[in-house]
Ligand binder design. Structure first.
Ligand code: GSH
Length: 235
């Protein structure tokens, strides 16, 4: 039996889609790792030391190298150290740049609105957010057509970088249906995305890293607790 210490360590929090991205890549690439659960309401010295500026999960530690923060940077790092084992990004530099650009756009725009929609206690604001979120999903449908090139996944024949970046939010979309009775992916408006969502959901490797609805609910309550108190909205 090997006594070698696991040289890859992931600091995460149950329910975090960003952590799920990293877990999915580690799984697809069959990389062994040690998982350390972080309490985001009572952050550990370890997290504060590893990521003093952002204090967020995920953080990846690989051996004696400096910690890596930001899920997209971690995904790319893992892809670079294991380039032949389930490659994530396309080989063409222009296609790679397009993938990174879409991931960045998803994280800075659509995710920001989706998170606010999820955590706000202000019902009027939640209603307002439906419009930009719906617009974002229309753009994602167009992106699907462009990136998949007629194949079943954004990454082509198998799940790749963008499938992971967006796919880990499928659990959130189910939670929106349950909590707010709203569905952001509709078969008549986003036929390709709807098909893709079902395909992703049918893969055990994907569902195994997507938190359960109960875990999502606990995480949502935790995110709400991290928020500053809501300012009074003028009536
Ligand atoms: N852009 C970051 C986002 C990470 C992030 O927002 N993590 C959340 C959990 S989902 C977190 O650690 N929040 C703690 C906090 O905001 O204090 C990434 O892609 O890794």
């Amino acid at each position: 039996m090997s006594t070698r210490k696991c040289e890859m360590k992931l600091i995460g929090a149950r329910g975090s889609p960003f952590v799920s991205r990293v877990k999915l890549v580690l799984k697809l690439k069959s990389i062994d790792y040690e998982y350390v659960e972080e309490d985001l309401l009572n952050k550990s010295e370890l997290l504060l030391t590893l990521s003093p500026a952002f204090q967020k999960v995920p953080v990846l530690i690989h051996g004696n190298q400096p910690p890596i923060i930001e899920s997209l940077a971690i995904m790319e790092y893992l892809d670079e150290i294991q380039p032949h084992n389930h490659p994530l990004l396309p080989s063409n530099p222009s296609d790679r740049a397009q993938c990174r650009n879409l991931a960045y756009t998803f994280d800075t725009l659509l995710y920001t609105w989706m998170k606010e929609f999820m955590v706000t206690r202000d019902e009027a604001r939640r209603e307002e957010l439906k419009q930009p979120i719906n617009g974002g999903f229309v753009l994602l449908e167009e992106a699907f057509v462009k990136f998949s090139k007629g194949k079943p996944f954004l990454g082509g024949d198998d799940i790749g970088y963008l499938d992971i970046v967006v796919g880990v939010f499928l659990g959130w979309l189910k939670l929106y249906e349950k909590l707010f009775n709203v569905s952001f992916i509709e078969e008549d408006i986003h036929p390709r995305l709807a098909e893709w969502g079902k395909r992703m959901w049918s893969l055990e490797v994907v569902t195994s890293v997507i938190p359960t609805q109960e875990t999502h609910m606990e995480f949502l309550n935790m995110l709400r607790a991290l928020l500053p108190p809501l300012p009074d909205r003028a009536s």
